[in-house]
Design a protein around this ligand. Structure first.
Ligand SMILES: [Zn+2]
Length: 414
């Protein structure tokens, strides 16, 4: 099957600016997400998926109805419509490199930027393929419009190839994943799936089966402000207290800049304030959920020491849970990962199980009772003007979804 329709879809979806905006109460956070969602709903309707809907929150759902005589479990495919606020997603001008020759890829809109093989060793295996980049002035939005295009193409191919057995396949597109709100307005009962797959992974052939567990610590440091001229013995400078507090936090083997693999960390990433009060935001991350409590205790111990060193200061720490490692939830429905593995094996590929030092919508879905591993969909260098994707890797992901639909259709029951 030619990949031209998949390419055409992807190039069309990235034209819509769906940059997520932080610091707004609106949901979704940007009107472009509603626009892209409408476009997708209309395309799904045009394919013949009569139940395609967009909720007032911009969540798009549709069903590819099953075609097997028995009752097979329903499976869902998910991608997110928004793109990262870290790099602009307005006026994306994609560059399509057909028959990639190897070597570096210059970006036509910014002569200082190029995609090099040094920084992207995976390009070495993609000679002859179709690579899509930006012009260097925006992100591409393959995160996650590659996933969106893959799911749309898989839906159309399932309908065209009606000889392929399938149980019910649900499609769900979410909003504001990049700012941590992808799952806020998804009704899992309405979705009605036994398992789901996020199409939001890098490269090809990977199945992400673990994510971090994550808490956010909001720290308030209170001092006492008074005019510096009469401050002796009376002023308590919250800025100095906060500096002392941060200095007490372990850095070696405990910060993002000193860890990788399975090691977690605590990471102060926002500090703002004045003499009277300083506010800090610190993220706590670990693959072992129980360790998050130990990291919180590390913060409390540092706070006690700083308060002792600065009489009259007060440090308040509030811990907010963010998301949990999906590994535990996935164990409750082993078929979710096993069928993804089998789908790749059936296509003659060696699946690679991997872990993410972060979270996905699937972390939250899994925590809420819907087991949701993450699959490769051809993303590279997300959130950056150096972002790129490979058409053949996206086509690969479509093929995996077709196999998955068939594997689940062989099952009986809910
Ligand atoms: Zn993503």
């Amino acid at each position: 099957m030619s990949n031209e329709r998949l390419l055409e879809r992807f190039l069309r979806y990235v034209q819509v600016d769906t940059t997520a905006r932080e610091g707004t109460d609106a949901y979704p956070s940007s009107p472009g997400q509603l626009e892209l969602g409408r476009l997708l709903r209309d395309e799904l309707l045009a394919m013949g998926l009569a139940d395609a809907v967009q909720s007032p929150f911009g969540i798009v759902m549709a069903t590819v109805p099953g075609n097997v005589p028995h009752r097979a479990p329903t499976v869902a495919f998910n991608a997110h419509l928004d793109t990262s606020p870290e790099t602009t997603g307005a006026n994306v001008r994609p560059q399509v490199v057909r028959g990639y020759q190897g070597g570096e890829i210059p970006l036509p809109g910014d002569s200082t930027k190029r995609i090099t093989v040094d920084a992207n060793p995976e390009l070495g295996a993609l000679v002859g393929k179709t690579i899509i980049t930006t012009d260097g002035t925006t992100l591409l939005g393959a995160d996650d419009k590659a996933g969106v295009a893959v799911i749309m193409e898989a839906a159309e191919q399932l309908l065209e190839q009606s000889h392929l057995a399938r149980g019910g396949v649900r499609i769900v597109f979410t909003c504001d994943e990049e700012i941590g709100h992808g799952v806020d307005h998804v009704d899992l009962e309405q979705l009605g799936a036994r398992a789901a797959y996020t199409l939001d992974g890098s490269g090809a052939g990977e199945i992400d089966i673990e994510t971090f567990s994550a808490d956010l610590a909001v720290v308030t440091v209170r001092g006492v402000n008074i005019h510096p001229s009469i401050a002796k013995g009376r002023m308590v400078n919250a800025i100095r207290v906060a500096a002392d507090f941060v200095e007490r936090l372990p850095r070696e083997h405990a910060s993002p800049e000193t860890t990788d693999g399975r090691d977690g960390f605590l990471h102060p990433y926002v500090v703002e304030g004045k003499v009277e009060e300083v506010n800090l935001r610190i993220i706590l991350r670990d693959f072992d959920t129980a360790v998050l409590a130990e990291r919180a205790e590390t913060l409390r111990e540092a706070a006690r020491q700083s308060m002792a060193a600065f009489a009259g200061s007060a440090i308040d720490i509030r811990i907010n849970p963010q998301y949990r490692n999906m590994a535990d939830g996935l164990k409750r429905e082993p078929r979710a990962v096993e069928f993804a593995r089998q789908a790749m094996l059936r296509l003659g590929r060696e699946p690679k199980m991997s872990i993410i030092r972060g979270g996905t919508d699937g972390s939250r879905f899994t925590e809420l009772g819907l087991p949701t591993p993450n699959l490769s969909t051809g993303e590279h260098n997300p959130h950056s003007p150096l972002e790129w994707t490979c058409l053949e890797e996206m086509a690969d992901a479509v093929a995996v979804l077709l196999e998955l639909a068939q594997l689940w259709a062989e099952e009986t029951g809910e």
